[in-house]
Design a protein around this ligand. Structure first.
Ligand SMILES: NC(=O)c1ccc[n+]([C@@H]2O[C@H](COP(=O)([O-])OP(=O)(O)OC[C@H]3O[C@@H](n4cnc5c(N)ncnc54)[C@H](O)[C@@H]3O)[C@@H](O)[C@H]2O)c1
Length: 247
């Protein structure tokens, strides 16, 4: 993928399954990557790399976004990928019931999955180069109701909504910047609850390659679902509402 060569790329949640796979895809393609997460230990292998930089970044803290070092030429491609589920992986399904969710867990998932993406947009869009793209990792649970974790489903619907609204705004401004969302189905990573780990899921690289493709070839506002390795990606268009938007 030559379109990534020497480009400045930012990835959040880069220590996790999809983020790390995306870091590999970007580095293999010759990009200069800034890899951010809450815990940099899994990213130590990049310490000596001339094209990789690591930085601590809690996406839910806007002050940390303001302190993040931006390359002099701005970002070419950004992946707002960090995310959490309502309960830790070892929790029982009942602990993700929104009626039972303790206030601190509710606050955390909204802070990370919604504020984290909104703050990322507010930080990165003003320094995103012309023709550049920002891809947010939503979820299939951001397109359909996901009864096993309603709060997660709510936050991922918010990500899709924010991407669509910002895409519309960029269009109004005739900007060449693009924003897209990827909506994966099950991917084998640490976020997956332990009770669900026996279910066959996609390799993280499949989603990483979809994100890289959206960076370079995605249409502004494109919402792309990839739910199984065997089923090609699907573009999820906005519904058409009779009577809405006619000026
Ligand atoms: N794995 C799946 O089945 C699946 C499906 C759909 C969507 N997703 C989404 O994909 C994204 C990546 O998740 P993953 O599957 O690689 O899981 P993961 O748990 O392996 O990775 C998530 C990463 O985000 C980081 N993170 C969490 N809170 C953070 C914060 N406040 N600031 C910065 N980093 C933070 C974690 O430290 C971790 O490294 C998430 O947004 C997740 O919701 C995953």
């Amino acid at each position: 993928m030559d379109a990534l060569r020497d480009k400045d790329v930012l990835i959040t949640g880069a220590a996790g399954g999809i983020g790390r796979a995306l870091a590999e895809v970007a580095l293999d393609a010759g990009a200069k990557v800034t890899l951010t997460d809450l815990d940099l230990a899994p990213l130590e292998r990049y310490a000596g790399s001339a094209r990789a930089r690591t930085a601590l970044l809690n996406v839910a803290d806007e002050a940390e976004w303001k302190a993040l070092l931006v390359p002099a030429e701005g970002w070419d491609f950004v992946a707002l990928n960090a995310g959490v589920m309502s309960a830790p992986p070892e929790a029982s399904p009942e602990e993700s019931d929104i009626l039972a969710l303790p206030a601190d867990r509710y606050r955390r998932i909204v802070d990370v999955n919604v504020d984290g993406v909104a703050f990322g947009m507010r930080s990165a869009l003003p320094v995103l180069n012309a023709g550049g793209a920002l891809v947010a990792t939503a979820s299939a649970a951001g397109l359909v109701g996901y009864g096993l974790d309603p709060a997660y489903s709510m936050t991922k619907h918010a990500v899709v909504g924010l991407v669509r609204a910002i895409a519309a705004q960029l269009e109004m401004k005739k900007s060449s910047q693009r924003v897209c969302a990827i909506c994966p189905g099950g991917v084998q990573t640490d976020i997956v609850p332990t009770y669900a780990r026996a279910i066959p899921m996609m390799e993280p690289r499949i989603i990483a390659e979809e994100i890289a493709d959206l960076w370079t070839a995605g249409k502004n506002g494109e919402i792309r679902a990839r739910v199984q390795a065997e089923i090609p990606a699907q573009r999820i268009d906005e519904p058409t509402l009779e009577g809405w938007g006619a000026a």
